[in-house]
Design a protein around this ligand. Structure first.
Ligand SMILES: Cc1ncc(COP(=O)(O)O)c(C=O)c1O
Length: 388
């Protein structure tokens, strides 16, 4: 039986208050939040869970841990979100859940998803890991489905090093998550907390757009050596749940989260303005900027995706030029080294997602990105050819 530290509880309350939802539950990572929601919905052996074939494999793991089957739907090319025209044919008698992932921050077509789900008696979970604060028809993302989850890992809308949050307005789901946490959630170890504290300090002091590429390669190396708390351990590339997977947040993360929430409005404003500047500068260069339905969508992007013809070369050159360039998603189930078949994905299943993963690079939008950085990044990227 677990009792929650006061600071963690106040972080959860501030988070749910910020989104104006019933309850929030914090976890060690976003994927743990998804696991808790799926479990609360009773997803188990033989059930099917629908999600876009353009996601992070860490999102698929909780489905597999529960013995359910991931069913992938291809994306529509402009927003990289689930193509709702393809959705009905993927629903079977075994479908329990549709995961509506708001990719890069673009809201999914929630009207269509909620409508299809209601007609087929399927629950909707929103994956808001890349989309904190965005709106669809004036309503904030995360409040459309039965529950939603968020990530506060290094690259996310705001970071607590690692971290996840589940939210719900459904008192039955809330009660089930609460019981699950009380009965079986473990706490981070002392070593994990010390390492994460040090990493957060390094991040605050040294990680700026020019240093990001170098920092990421050092970080990946240290993760493999077990010298830092990485986002994903090697064991997480197999669909078998580790003994310590179901873990809560540390007070260090909750303290950081409380600080970040105070700055969230400014963070969101910055992301909107910076994305708009990319739109304008790319258009000046003759590139096609973001294409989405402005009458219904008000996105807050985590990164700004562009499709280019020379993805591998651009990523290599960016690292040398001190340009922060993201590679998400490198594969229909990011990252590139994911053993796709183990996760029930056969190449050819989602052609649009496969094309996107070979073309998309993403430009930074986080609070440390200045106007000068945006201009330098656009100059850099426009040396390549836009594709798609
Ligand atoms: C779309 C999406 N959902 C969920 C997750 C999982 O989040 P976390 O790393 O906090 O477990 C990721 C991972 O980065 C992601 O990209």
């Amino acid at each position: 039986m677990n009792s929650k530290h006061g600071r963690i509880q106040s972080y959860e309350e501030r988070f749910s208050g910020w989104l104006d939802v019933g309850e929030a539950f914090s976890f060690w990572k976003g994927r743990v939040a998804l696991y808790a929601i799926l479990k609360a919905l009773g997803v188990g052996e033989g059930d099917e869970v629908i999600l876009p074939g353009y996601t992070c494999v860490m999102d698929v793991n909780p489905i597999k841990y529960l013995g359910a089957k991931p069913v992938y739907v291809d994306i529509e090319p402009a927003t990289f979100n689930i193509n709702t025209d393809l959705l009905p044919e993927k629903i079977t008698d075994r479908t329990r859940v549709i995961v509506a992932q708001h990719t890069y921050g673009y809201p999914c077509d929630m009207d269509a998803i909620i409508d299809i789900a209601a007609r087929r008696n399927v629950a909707v979970i929103e994956d808001c890991c890349l989309a904190l604060g965005g709106e669809y028809k004036g309503k904030v993302l995360g409040t459309f489905g039965r529950a939603a989850y968020f990530s506060m890992q290094w690259n996310k809308p705001y970071t607590t090093g690692l971290g996840g949050m589940a939210i719900t307005n459904d008192s039955d789901i809330a009660q089930k998550i609460r019981t699950l946490c009380q009965d079986s959630m473990s706490s981070p170890t002392g070593r994990e907390v010390i390492m994460l504290t040090a990493q957060l300090a390094v991040y605050r002091m040294f990680i700026y757009p020019r240093t990001t590429a170098l920092a990421q390669s050092i970080f990946r190396y240290l993760t493999k050596k077990g010298a830092v708390v990485g986002s994903s351990a090697t064991s997480e590339f197999t669909p078998t749940m580790a003994d310590d997977f179901f873990k809560g947040l540390s007070t260090v993360q909750s303290r950081s989260g409380l600080r970040q929430l105070k700055k969230l409005r400014r963070n969101i404003e910055h992301r909107r303005k910076t994305a708009q500047l990319y739109d304008e500068l790319l258009a000046e260069k003759g590139w096609t900027p973001r294409q989405y339905d402005r009458a219904v969508m008000n996105p807050v992007m985590v990164r700004y995706p562009v499709r280019i013809g020379e993805k591998t070369e651009a990523l290599q050159r960016a690292a040398g030029a001190g340009i922060e360039l993201g590679s998400w998603f490198e594969s229909p189930l990011h990252p590139a080294e994911t053993p796709l078949q183990v996760y029930d994905y056969d190449m050819g299943l989602c052609p649009q997602a496969e094309a996107a993963s070979s073309q998309v690079v993403n430009l930074p939008l986080h609070p440390r990105v200045s106007e000068a950085t945006v201009r330098r990044t656009v100059e850099f990227i426009c040396r390549f050819t836009q594709s798609g």
